[in-house]
Design a binder for this molecule. Structure first.
Ligand code: GTP
Length: 299
């Protein structure tokens, strides 16, 4: 890539928003090139604010992944999530509003209604690979563009890496002139402990799937490092005994699969051997209890 050496360095925070399942985590992971945010077929898997960092000669792009807007259940957990999203948006330099090509429904509109007007918003039309007839993309884009004063519109495919260079070029245009905030090799400001919990959670969603109530959560009770070896002790908190047996599976087969796959991912990400122990614990009613949420880090 050629860069104009006289151009000032740009650096800023980019919030990624959109209804659940439009591909926000996939987009961020593809842009960053490392697996820092979990992805799953099941909606509402992302609970924590995650930053992914990409540094170029001329710019540093700091991504903030936001949880899907929660509309179905108005319990304490969801209220906490929506407040986090609003705070993230106002303190960003740029917002990527992600939608799915060819689809714009009430859930998308709901997110759009919450976007602040003082921060520039790029309309990112993801999953463009799913649209066979590319000619229909333009009228669709125009139809959505009429709903908001977008700074620019970019169709992409996060999965097939289509048009991501174009998206980055647009993003850089909207970042303020600033010195880099993070080191050139940093990809996330999240601790290994946090990443370990995200990996376990991803495997849970993958192997337990739709049977798993979204109120279950993962807590890392102990994270130790001795030379290259990491020892990770994780607890999966569920609300009922039936959820517990669902996760453990027949003769413990499911939990074993979750554990093995999570360990392999951790070894890849941390670059060394991992000893992983996972326990499933019943913790009734935690999702409705705000003090309980704070205890597990959902501030
Ligand atoms: N065909 C296609 N599928 C995609 C693309 N991007 C993401 N997906 C799929 O869409 C699904 C949801 O992707 P995620 O990245 O988890 O979506 P999200 O918006 O972060 O979801 P939440 O965490 O629920 O808010 C996954 O099955 C992805 O593989 C794309 O460009 N094309």
């Amino acid at each position: 890539m050629t860069t104009d050496t006289n151009a000032p360095f740009r650096c800023g925070y980019i919030a990624i928003v959109g209804r659940p399942n439009v591909g926000k985590s996939t987009l961020m992971n593809t842009l960053i090139g490392a697996k820092v945010s979990i992805t799953s077929r099941k909606a509402q898997t992302t609970r924590h604010r995650i930053t992914g960092i990409q540094t170029y000669d001329d710019a540093q792009l700091i991504y903030v992944d936001t949880p899907g807007f929660q509309t179905r259940h108005a319990n304490a957990l969801n209220k906490t999530l929506n407040k986090t999203v609003t705070n993230t948006l106002i303190s960003s330099d740029l917002i990527l509003f992600v939608i799915e090509a060819g689809t714009f429904g009430p859930a998308d509109q709901q997110v759009l209604d919450l976007l602040p007007t003082e921060v520039p918003v790029l309309l990112v039309i993801n999953k463009a690979d799913r649209v066979k007839d590319k000619a229909v993309l333009l009228p669709f884009a125009q139809q959505v563009a009429a709903k908001f004063n977008f700074a620019a519109i970019v169709p992409v495919s996060a999965k097939l890496r289509f048009q991501l260079d174009g998206l980055e070029k647009e993003i850089k245009r909207f970042l303020p002139e600033n010195e880099p905030i993070f080191g050139p090799d940093d990809i996330t400001d999240r601790s290994e402990k946090f990443l370990a919990s995200e990996i376990v959670r991803e495997k849970l969603f993958r192997f337990v799937g739709d049977e798993l109530p979204y109120t279950s959560t993962v807590m890392i009770e102990k994270f130790e490092q001795e030379g290259d070896l990491r020892r990770v002790f994780a607890a999966i908190l569920v609300e009922r005994d039936t959820h517990k047996s669902m996760i453990i599976g027949n003769k413990g087969a499911r939990l074993k699969e979750v554990s093995t796959q999570a360990r392999l991912d951790m070894e890849k990400l941390f670059g060394g051997p991992v000893y992983l122990e996972i326990w499933v614990k019943v913790k009734s009613g935690w999702a409705d209890n705000e003090a309980g949420l704070r205890a597990y880090g959902y501030e």
